[in-house]
Design a protein around this ligand. Structure first.
Ligand code: SF4
Length: 211
């Protein structure tokens, strides 16, 4: 389908109307805890991550404590999230790298963040936006789906393509806010299997509903 020149204002206004305070839903109190939580959330829901990380961070309350934590115990704690063996290995790798290579400080540089195990472009973007307030608009499964439904991206676009397209039409000062609002819109309104189209005020833009 041919993409038309996009008027993004109705979408941004609507997100402001229904989700004025959308923010990161992952539980964390320290920067490195967020890195771990975001890495874990790449394969599952924030809710599932929030069910295990408080237990982990209570038992191992510092980076050094996590550094010394037995891999098997971390596996046991994060087991409910699935793929836990690989995730536990990534988690230990992140902690080791932060301590050994970054003096225990989470780097703000995207390239450096992406050298951490399990941290790709999306995860690095979320970390930079959340901790350092560096404008970014990483695309998760919700944003990918919504962008395609709203004809802001092509059917076979990858997340990185969609990120590039959204960054062109959404003002930079709105990237972080829009990232959170779009995720919440996907979680609670434009849901994957049964979107709440009846009351959606941007249905004019939507090619999914029109089908
Ligand atoms: S009309 Fe339905 S599918 Fe389209 S954006 Fe709104 S909720 Fe999503």
């Amino acid at each position: 389908m041919k993409m038309m020149k996009t008027n993004i204002k109705p979408l941004l206004d609507y997100l402001d109307e229904i989700l004025p305070t959308a923010k990161c839903e992952l539980l964390y109190t320290k920067d490195y805890e967020l890195v771990i939580a975001v890495m874990l959330s790449a394969q599952t829901t924030d809710k599932s991550v929030n069910a295990v990380t408080p237990i982990l961070f209570k038992k191992y309350p510092t980076l050094d404590a996590l550094y010394d934590a037995p891999l098997e115990d971390i596996e046991e704690i994060i087991k409910p999230i699935g793929l836990y063996k690989n995730e536990a290995k990534n988690l230990k790798g992140i902690v080791k790298d932060l301590v050994d290579r970054f003096n225990g400080v989470v780097p703000s540089d995207k390239e450096q963040l992406m050298t951490l195990p399990g941290v790709g472009n999306k995860t690095a973007g979320v970390i930079r936006a959340e901790i350092f307030q560096i404008p970014d608009l990483p695309v998760d499964t919700h944003i990918l789906r919504i962008s395609k439904r709203l004809n802001l991206a092509k059917k076979d676009d990858e997340p990185i393509d969609v990120e590039r397209k959204l960054k062109k039409i959404i003002p930079e000062e709105r990237w972080i806010k829009s990232h959170h609002q779009l995720i919440h819109f996907g979680r609670y309104y434009c849901i994957a299997r049964s979107p709440k189209c009846e009351n959606c005020k941007i249905s004019d833009m939507c090619i999914y509903k029109r089908k």
